[in-house]
Design a protein around this ligand. Structure first.
Ligand code: PEP
Ligand code: MG
Length: 329
């Protein structure tokens, strides 16, 4: 048998082991999913919840828009399958690289255009339909709402008002839903990471979308191969924004997760733990390897290493310090 198969078998044994650092600090490892059928992979990997359900995938690769009932069925399936563990449904993140034929909204610069929450607030009927579907599903499990690409306070307020409106419509029809449903926001625009007090005040939880946070901080299009070499998660500006977000949220006692690709990279697990991160959400394929890394981490060492990395300004030094942090037994 190949070494790879052996390693995979070893990791599988970790499925039911709770994720905790060597000193016993518990860590949540959740799954990112795109369609309801991905829930099997999430459960197989022992995910303790769905940290990111990219709901826009229900809208892609088809000529029409999914109805409220179709969306409800998809969200309910996932909520029920997770049996009370949190299911974080991100509202539509269409636009930029994820466009659909049924709606044409690509402006001159799609990544900076009518994308995600901006599109939803501009299309209230579309948004209300999704919010009603999510709220209806919240009766069948622990569902949370996650708003993508927030930058302004008024976007949060507007979205919260629309959630209230959707609740009011269901109340009138006597349809059950979780009245205490939590509403969180994605931190993926530098403005949000820099003006965090505005966000922690208005939201129940945060999730850092490092894929977009890197794109917007470094001004490089994620989808443009000509600048792919400039996409650098370890850029000091990116690390500063991530660490600042985690620490500010912790001080305000607002739960914070990372759901971008960085959460699934084992070379970054100790660094993120050292920043204070306790909730990771990633592609299910990475979950057990990240768990193994968590189980091998001494938190105090991770914190010391993360602080050293945050204080360095030399890219080469940052890479050296990270390698050293990861080499520690
Ligand atoms: C992110 O930006 O990090 C994220 C998780 O969202 P997406 O990759 O779907 O844009
Ligand atoms: Mg994103």
């Amino acid at each position: 048998r190949s070494a790879l198969a052996l390693e995979r078998q070893k990791l599988k044994r970790l499925k039911t082991t709770p994720a905790a650092t060597l000193d016993g600090t518990a860590v949540e490892l959740q799954a990112n999913i795109e369609l309801p059928e991905d829930i099997h992979a999430a459960l197989d990997a022992g995910a303790t919840g769905v940290g990111l359900f990219r709901s826009e995938f229900l809208f892609l690769n088809r000529g029409d828009l999914p109805s409220e009932d179709e969306q409800f069925e998809a969200y309910r399936t996932v909520a029920a399958a997770m049996e009370g563990r949190p299911v974080t449904i991100r509202t539509l993140d269409l636009g930029a690289d994820k466009t659909i034929g049924a709606m044409d909204f690509a402006g001159p610069n799609p990544a900076l255009g009518l994308r995600a929450i901006r599109l939803c607030l501009a299309e209230p009927q579309l948004f209300l339909k999704q919010l009603r579907a999510i709220l209806r599903a919240s009766h069948y499990g622990k569902v949370r709402i996650l708003l993508p690409m927030l930058a302004h306070a008024h976007e949060i307020e507007h979205a919260l008002t629309m959630v209230s409106q959707a609740k009011g419509m269901l109340d009138l029809q006597g349809v059950p839903y979780d009245k205490a449903i939590e509403i969180g926001g994605m931190i993926e625009v530098p403005a949000a990471a820099l003006a965090l007090p505005m966000f922690v005040k208005k939201l129940d939880f945060l999730s850092i979308g490092t894929n977009d946070l890197i794109q917007y901080t470094l001004a490089i299009d994620r989808t443009d191969e000509h600048v792919a070499h400039l996409y650098e998660p370890l850029h000091p500006a990116v690390l500063y924004l991530i660490a600042n977000t985690i620490r500010t949220a912790a001080r305000a006692e607002v739960p914070v997760a990372v759901c971008g690709e960085m959460a699934g990279e084992t070379e970054l697990t100790r660094l993120l733990l050292g920043f204070g991160l306790r909730q990771f959400s990633m592609h299910p394929a990475h979950l057990l390897a990240v768990k193994q890394q968590v189980l091998r981490t001494v938190l105090e060492e991770a914190e010391a290493g993360a602080n050293r990395i945050l204080r360095s300004t030399e890219p080469e030094r940052i890479h050296q310090l990270l390698a050293k942090l990861n080499d520690a037994a």
